[in-house]
Design a protein around this ligand. Structure first.
Ligand code: DHE
Length: 531
């Protein structure tokens, strides 16, 4: 997060979400003798065994600024002093004094002199395959396509929920700080989780067990699964790579060094599958290029882009590539941070968050065809599509402003701006409901969930699942009859609403539940759900 609006938003978000160390005591003052503590030595003695000598992580998470980016030194110090509940992280307040803890917090908050690397050999070596119980059918009686996968950030666990009875079937520890939507195989049997520090975990929903894990990078944005369920793409910030892996074995099959045609390196903002195109679409964060990577073995030859030949004084096409993993580069006006697609995946709507506008890129012809004014940091990755008055529209919240933009995908105009109680993060809807559920978690009214009528585009009602606590992220069951909302708190809950009457049906206590994902809705690309 480099720009000031992004930082401001992240700071606001962090303030709002700062429950990870809530209630933690300040480290006690110790017998400091005035000599500044040797932070590197302290790290080697107390932290390296779990977090790795080069801070790349091990049993504990990576301790690098890129992975701790949203933690302030005081938060880190409190975690060192008090440990983290329900994890292996011990409290050091009794064994280290205040200065030593502050020195450690400052040490892990700064980049190391030599940034660690992560090669193909490292990826291969990280792979863990767990003994997998065989099963010809699910080991439970519940509908396997109406399960919910719930990510609980409070203690880094995942709960698998029966979506008919709203009863947990399993709860297991996840990797540290899962982020983004888990991805499901087309048959709904396996789900893949990505963590901010690069781990991908493959979980078998039929046997309720983790079958394999691999670390694809040091700081990862998200993962995507190809339309045929055979390949995973991992978008990394560190190193700047797009890693393709076999979804069956989690072995790496191709690593693209991210960068433009002239080899200026870049981080990868995010990657998604485009099912109608049989490809992955990724955006590069530091150079103005979008990548399309074929996941079709019969993909026709594509030129990989243009590069300026200074000797000839003209642009030249780079050699064509064809077949599986053929790479196509699409030059755009500015680097894209965050993006979404129209129905059919012909167009990408993408923005650099602080840019004040979004670009509409026609993926067929490979160029920008329109720009949409979008101030207030649009969160396009959280966009949803639906039909309004016969028009196909995209709705997207804004991270800095209390409004939702409705964009017509035929002429790319903003047809309506819905004023909300505050800036929000996520939107959700379903084919069977007339409502959009929109949080306002980035603002002061963060405990309200706004119910917006898709016909009138008006806020119909505001639900408050737990007054004073953040309400966020909705997901529907496969029928669309129930909507599940998170009370985003260490002592939080998953609140189940009747999606028609908007009455609460039940609530399940959970540890800061973040996202929840319904198998059916995800594998059918239900209207109103995220990628
Ligand atoms: Fe996310 C999805 C990027 C901060 C929770 N977030 C995504 C995706 C991207 C993204 C690219 C889509 C990935 C996917 O599903 O494949 N998120 C970013 C950011 O750039 C940002 C603003 C800054 C950052 O820290 O990276 C950011 N995100 C957050 C948070 O602070 C949240 C609220 C808490 C957290 O867990 O870190 C958060 N992001 C989520 C969730 C999803 C997500 C729950 C999946 C939503 C879904 O319904 O699919």
């Amino acid at each position: 997060l480099r720009s000031s609006p992004e930082r401001a938003a992240a700071a606001a978000l962090w303030l709002a979400l700062a429950t990870a160390v809530a209630g933690a005591a300040e480290p006690t003052a110790g017998a400091s003798d005035g000599i500044p503590p040797d932070a590197a030595a302290l790290y080697a003695t107390h932290c390296a065994a779990c977090h790795g000598e080069t801070r790349l992580g091990g049993q504990g998470p990576a301790l690098l600024p890129v992975s701790l980016g949203r933690l302030k030194p005081a938060d880190i110090a409190r975690t060192v002093a008090n440990g983290r509940p329900a994890t292996q992280m011990p409290a050091f307040a009794d064994s280290l004094d205040k200065d030593q803890i502050a020195a450690l917090a400052a040490f892990v908050g700064k980049a190391p002199a030599v940034m660690p690397t992560w090669s193909e050999a490292d990826i291969r070596a990280s792979r863990v395959v767990h003994p997998a119980p065989a099963a010809a059918k699910p080991v439970f009686a519940a509908d396997p396509l109406n399960l919910f996968v719930v990510v609980e950030a409070g203690d880094h666990h995942v709960t698998i929920l029966d979506g008919d009875r709203f009863a947990p079937l399993a709860r297991f520890p996840s990797r540290y700080a899962l982020h983004g939507g888990p991805k499901f195989t087309p048959d709904g049997r396996y789900v893949f989780f990505g963590s901010r520090d690069g781990w991908i975990s493959k979980y078998d929903l039929w046997t309720l067990s983790t079958v394999a894990e691999v670390r694809a990078g040091i700081n990862m944005r998200n993962i995507a699964l190809s339309a045929d369920g055979r390949w995973i793409a991992a978008a990394n910030y560190l190193p700047g790579t797009l890693v393709l892996l076999s979804a069956e074995t989690l072995e790496p099959v191709r690593i693209f060094e991210a960068g433009d045609a002239r080899k200026v390196p870049s981080r990868v903002s995010a990657v998604y599958q485009a099912p109608d195109r049989n490809s992955f679409i990724a955006a590069l964060k530091d150079v103005p290029e979008i990548w399309e990577i074929a996941t079709d073995p019969a993909a026709a030859p594509v030129f990989t882009g243009l590069v300026h030949n200074y000797e000839k004084g003209m642009a030249e096409a780079l050699p064509a590539s064809a077949g599986l993993f053929a790479l196509r580069r699409i030059a755009v006006e500015e680097p894209i941070d965050d993006f979404f697609f129209d129905r059919g995946y012909r167009h990408l709507l993408g923005a650099a968050r602080e840019g004040g506008r979004a670009l509409v890129v026609n993926l067929n012809v490979g160029r920008t065809i329109a720009t949409v004014p979008m101030p207030g940091m649009p969160h396009l990755g959280a966009g949803i599509g639906f039909t309004w008055q016969g028009r196909r529209v995209i709705a997207a919240p804004h991270l800095n402003e209390g409004r939702i933009s409705i964009i017509d995908t035929a002429d790319w105009t903003v047809v309506r701006t819905i004023e909300t109680a505050g800036p929000g993060f996520f939107l959700r809807s379903h084919e069977q409901t007339p409502y959009i559920w929109a949080d306002a978690m980035m603002g002061k009214a963060s405990d309200g969930m706004q119910i917006i009528d898709k016909r009138t585009l008006e806020v119909e009602r505001v639900l408050t699942p737990a007054p004073g606590k953040i309400a966020a992220h909705t997901e529907f069951d496969r029928s669309g009859r129930h909507a599940l909302v998170s009370v985003w708190d260490q002592d939080g809950a998953l609140v189940v609403y009747d999606a028609a009457t908007l009455e609460e049906r039940t609530r399940l206590p959970m540890r800061k539940p973040v996202g929840k994902y319904n198998v059916f809705n995800k594998i059918r690309f239900s209207e109103g759900t995220s990628h």
